[in-house]
Design a protein. Structure first.
Length: 476
């Protein structure tokens, strides 16, 4: 969805791109809605994957994809996460990062190396930032004597740097693809992607397995949809294949893990996507639901250009935080927090019900569309205000010139012009030229000066002014 915002400058491209980027999100939500209660009641995924688990899995080194192997040497020089501490906190062995013995970070003799700073080695302690076990060196953001706050600041800085680099690279990807799609390549790619949908799923899955990231695959497809090369119907199976392909990363990593639980959760991820595909793709009616929903989301951008950032902020930040807060209220084991959580749930349900009633039964849809259209028109008017003022100045100027010409023509008539009727048409003759005004009120091009005062006997002022305005505009 961030990639689709690179098309904000063009309304058509933004509509197609944001609709394409919404396909995966809509598909995931539609999968969660039926599968979550099914899993809670029947433990469908748990029981299915339990039957596939071996008694044990062999131990080995952590598996890394090709992309990670290429970028790891550079990343390890910047920051390394202490995964052992994360595992200990998740398993409950360590209560939190504030537990005794975690901070401050200490290294023997102040030497920042893996051997002298490794957690539990020779009585030293280490926080959430670790050192490189293979190279023995510590990353740039590692600090001997660091406190929890120091490591948190380092983590936030690296997260901001990572997101900035990610967004810049994705925008660059969009720019490169738009350049590449100019000319005959557009038709070639269009024909190449117009294939059997199930074959497209296999292709999307294979590409994602190779690059080990469904984000890369989807982010590449979004610009293609934005420029109109890839239709939403052809993009949908590619995205579904990418969803399946991305599960193989965790699956291959779990195969070299020493824990059966790692393999089970990887299988749950795989069969969650496969089950979702079986529900929402083979049947045409079910297939159209996510497609139409994504299309509707894209059409909203046509009425309101600011919809994509608001949608991203709401769906990926505000709603998850709200649900997390409600869950926390019920997990406290306190009557007060439980009552608070119940009250919040009641307010949310009542608010959603009222909004649905207002939207469908109180003309809320029309009111909302009118409000957005009014805001769009006002924003467009403000944006075009400078150009409109320049046009009005020019328009006023030629009006002044035309009025001046009328005065001059009238003055010429008063100083000796004569008129006569010739073939039923009034002809005005001045001292310097002759002219003819035809039936429709237009003036011949070979006339130097004409008395509008006399010609108004056979033509309306509106026609005469329109004729004069046309000549000035053509000259401009």
């Amino acid at each position: 969805m961030l990639v689709s915002m690179a098309h904000m400058g063009d309304g058509d491209e933004l509509e197609r791109a944001f609709a394409g980027s919404s396909v995966q999100y809509v598909f995931k939500i539609l999968c969660v809605i039926p599968l979550f209660p099914i899993e809670i009641i029947f433990e469908y995924l748990y029981r299915l994957t339990k039957l596939m688990l071996p008694s044990s899995v062999g131990e080995g080194e952590s598996w890394e994809g090709p992309v990670k192997k290429m970028v790891s040497p550079l990343v390890n020089k910047i920051i390394i996460a202490n995964k052992q501490l994360i595992d200990d906190i998740s398993a409950g062995t360590v209560e939190s990062c504030s537990s005794e013995g975690i901070y401050p970070v200490t290294c023997l003799e102040g030497e920042e190396t893996y051997e002298s700073c490794n957690s539990g080695l020779n009585g030293t302690s280490i926080g959430v930032i670790a050192c490189d076990e293979d190279g023995g060196n510590c990353p740039l953001f590692f600090q001997d004597g660091a406190s929890k706050d120091d490591d948190m600041v380092s983590g936030w800085v690296c997260m901001v740097l990572g997101l900035t680099i990610l967004i810049v690279c994705l925008l660059g990807l969009v720019a490169v693809l738009r350049k590449m799609l100019a000319g005959a390549s557009t038709q070639i790619i269009y024909k190449a992607t117009n294939i059997n949908p199930y074959l497209a799923m296999i292709i999307g899955c294979g590409i994602t397995i190779l690059v080990q990231s469904s984000s890369i695959t989807t982010s590449t497809l979004v610009p293609l949809a934005g420029v109109g090369v890839l239709s939403l119907e052809n993009m949908y199976p590619l995205v579904l294949g990418a969803d399946v392909g991305t599960t193989f990363t965790a699956l291959m990593a779990a195969l070299v893990s020493s824990k059966v639980e790692s393999l089970q959760i990887a299988l749950v991820h795989l069969f969650f996507n496969i089950t979702g595909i079986l529900m929402w793709y083979p049947i045409p009616f079910m297939r159209n639901i996510p497609l139409r929903t994504a299309t509707l989301i894209g059409k909203i951008t046509r009425q309101w250009r600011g919809f994509p950032p608001v949608f991203i902020l709401t769906m990926f930040f505000i709603v998850p935080l709200l649900l997390l807060s409600i869950s926390s209220c019920f997990e406290q084991g306190s009557v007060g927090f439980t009552a608070l959580g119940s009250f919040i749930v009641f307010l949310i349900v009542a608010g959603v019900a009222y909004f649905a009633m207002w939207w469908y039964f109180r003309d809320g849809k029309h009111k909302c569309a009118s409000c957005i259209e009014h805001r769009q028109r006002r924003a467009a008017a403000i944006k075009a205000l400078a150009d409109d003022m320049d046009y009005l100045k020019v328009d006023t100027e030629w009006c002044k010139n035309e009025i001046g010409r009328i005065k001059d023509y009238t003055g010429d008539h008063q100083h000796g012009s004569t008129s006569r009727i010739e073939e039923g048409r009034p002809v005005v003759t001045t001292a310097s030229s002759s002219a003819r005004i035809v039936d429709d009120g237009t003036i011949n091009d070979d006339v130097d000066r004409v008395s509008v005062f006399e010609s108004c006997r056979s033509a309306s002022w509106k026609d005469v002014l329109y004729s004069g305005a046309g000549s000035i505009k053509s000259g401009l």
